[in-house]
Design a protein around this ligand. Structure first.
Ligand code: AMP
Length: 302
């Protein structure tokens, strides 16, 4: 049997559908995406579908979170295939609004969280308005989809923490659940942007997960004096692999401030350009200890 889902492009129609479902006692899970769906997105949708009667997946490339028009223009779009994929993974409704539906007056009132959580790392690299765009579009989407639970990937660790903060501070009536990063078997974190990698750049792209794993293990081995040393080692590894690193950081996973004493719960994050493509990845030092992805492991095994 081929599963089918309802495709909706108007927020008011989505709201009516979800309100109707909830009035019948059904629980609603929500997975916001920007499309170009891959197995990472599918994991979020499957998690929601396993826990809820109805799963809503939104597919919307949000212009207000891009600071670079070229990056927005190059973002992959594949709506029909995305709807089929979301449906197969368990979506009951695909919400595919256009820009005018989300921002009928040109721009919604902006939701802005200030401080290190939004102003460092991705907030610094992609411009301070990046997380304003993320929070603003999610405010609109949460309002029209009114889910019980929304699912986010740990792949975008800083975004996940920003969303948790927004939901807590605005007392929004939903819960946020995190889903582990889905990776290729060699360790590369799945990303819609991987499609744009030239075949020759894949080895360099792999250096993100490898450098995170290598630095994580060095921290746990006690070989790293502080976060600055961890950052330096990570940046060196990325450069040696042919990437152009933007940041490599060892932070406290709640505040996203540099961790003064890196240890098992430290979160390591990096962003780098590989050819024309900007990639990000992260892992805790604890996770790094368990993986076989690092440069050090490769040397040990060869
Ligand atoms: P995006 O379409 O890139 O905005 O991502 C939509 C959601 O999918 C976000 O919550 C991402 O964190 C999540 N996501 C993207 N890549 C992965 C991945 N490799 N594993 C798990 N979740 C992911």
């Amino acid at each position: 049997m081929i599963a089918s889902s309802t495709v909706i492009s108007e927020g008011s129609v989505l709201r009516d559908e979800v309100t109707g479902a909830r009035s019948r006692g059904l629980s609603v899970g929500f997975v916001p995406t920007m499309g170009a769906l891959h197995a990472g997105h599918e994991a979020l949708i499957a998690r929601s579908a396993a826990a809820h009667d109805l799963t809503v997946v939104s597919i919307f490339v949000n212009p207000s979170q891009f600071n670079d028009p070229a990056d927005l223009a190059a973002y992959p779009r594949s709506e029909e295939a995305d709807i089929a994929r979301a449906t197969a993974a368990g979506a009951g409704i695909c919400f595919v609004p256009d820009v005018g539906e989300i921002y009928p007056n040109g721009q919604a009132p902006t939701v802005r969280i200030r401080g290190p959580l939004t102003e460092t790392l991705e907030g610094a690299g992609r411009g301070s308005s990046h997380f304003d765009g993320v929070c603003t579009v999610l405010s609109v989407l949460f309002s029209v989809a009114s889910p019980d639970v929304a699912y986010f990937g740990a792949k975008d660790a800083q975004q996940l923490q920003v969303v948790r903060r927004m939901v807590a501070d605005l007392r929004l009536p939903l819960r946020i659940e995190a889903v582990e990063t889905v990776r290729d078997s060699d360790g590369l974190a799945l990303s819609s942007r991987n499609e744009r990698l030239a075949p020759a750049d894949r080895a360099a792209a792999l250096s993100l997960s490898r450098s995170l794993a290598t630095v994580g293990r060095a921290i746990l081995d006690g070989a790293m004096a502080d976060a600055a040393a961890a950052s330096e080692m990570g940046l060196d590894l990325l450069r040696q692999a042919g990437c152009e690193p933007e940041y490599f950081a060892a932070v406290d996973p709640e505040s996203f401030e540099q961790d003064p004493a890196p240890g098992p719960s430290t979160l390591l994050l990096c962003a780098a350009r590989v050819g024309e493509v900007r990639l990000i990845d992260n892992m805790t030092t604890q996770f790094a200890a368990q993986t076989g992805y690092g440069f050090d492991r490769e040397r040990e095994e060869s």
